[in-house]
Design a binder for this molecule. Sequence first.
Ligand SMILES: [Zn+2]
Length: 100
Amino acid sequence: MSSKQTKITIETREVWIIRRPDHVVRGWCGRCAAWVEMVTGEEAAHLIGVGVRAIFRWIEQARLHFTETPAGSVMICLPSLLADRPSDPLELSAGQTDRP
Ligand SMILES: [Zn+2]
């Protein structure tokens, strides 16, 4: 009788996007009226630690500046992302505030 042991290793890795100069797109933001750094929706979500859905919700709410590339991808204005992000990211995901 032989016993087989199965070892399952789950590796959790935290992915953090490091912005490199060639990774950031420079684009014109009409609302900033300036050339700004732009990132994709996914990058934006990673950068501030929220879900991609939150990013697109903010776009719908006009809280984020964005532009669309000819290829159809949405690029988010980085200054608007960093300026207008909520102080408490949990507020978004949980939707509850327990403040006295
Ligand atoms: Zn902008």
